[in-house]
Design a protein around this ligand. Sequence first.
Ligand code: GTR
Length: 326
Amino acid sequence: MLSRRSLPLLAVAAAALLAAPAALAQTTLRSADIHPDGYPTVESVKYFGEIIEKKTNGKYKVQVFYAGQLGGEKDTIEQTRFGVIDLNRINTAPFNNLIPETAVLGMPFLFRSVEHMYKVVDGPIGAEIAKSFEPHGLVVLGFFDSGARSMYNSKKPIKTLDDMKGMKIRVQQSDLFIGMINALGANATPMPFGELYSALQTGLVDGAENNYPSYDSVKHYEVAKYYSLTEHSLAPEVFVMSKRSWDKLSADEQKMFKEAGLEATKKMRELWAKRDAESKERVIKGGAIINEVDKKPFIDAMKPVYDKFVTTDKMKDLVARIRAVD
Ligand code: GTR
């Protein structure tokens, strides 16, 4: 039976109920990726979302818009900076023109191995480069692996530097990548990844450069079967959050997001190693012809690229420090 004395208690309970929807209000964070569902980057950001949802008791959810549903990488950078997109998994290359420090990570033949790259991005240099995103409205939550980028084309195997002459090679929208390809004697054509299959098919370009999983996932090997192991750049992927969305989080939530970013990075690297091997097998089965390349002439041809793109003292210092990491 309700007594008079229970009434204030009921009022408190009713007020709590009314307040509850606001407290539990769910925010769905939108995340962009140009890769298809199932790709390691997409799966790792989904994993990030699962961690966040659990840790915030459902307050935040992440929805990954994969396969370029929100646009090409260059467009989504702008949308992320302005908070239209909350999260973005993207290669470091499309950031090069906006944030010069990121170009350091894509410099040709700079990293000696994937382990070297991990050591750099996981250490103080990575933290410093991550900081350079903030004045541009972005917070870095993790650097993901993107393997090594190699040349592929529809014409012939690239064995010597001479084979690059006159080739029309698609690159990411980054002056550094344009400079790299031109310095090899080819003609660089920047375009979004999503347009590349038909550009290869129609002969608008002869080739491109990428890792095995990207070459595989959108079946570029069907229209460009020569894959030559130049392994010229290890430019990693970066997982970023819009600073506008980040600033809406409490300090505790920001900590959770950073931790979840690290977990997603770990997950991505596991998934990547597996996918890299699977993709190599799949492209070979699909008709790709893979050849080794004597890298020395390619490395030598990159000297002017360093002179042209490593211009500030800060960048020179970063390159020297990266080389010194063992
Ligand atoms: C991939 C990378 C993408 C995109 C693509 C490209 O390796 O994962 O983010 O940069 O290359 O070449 O456009």
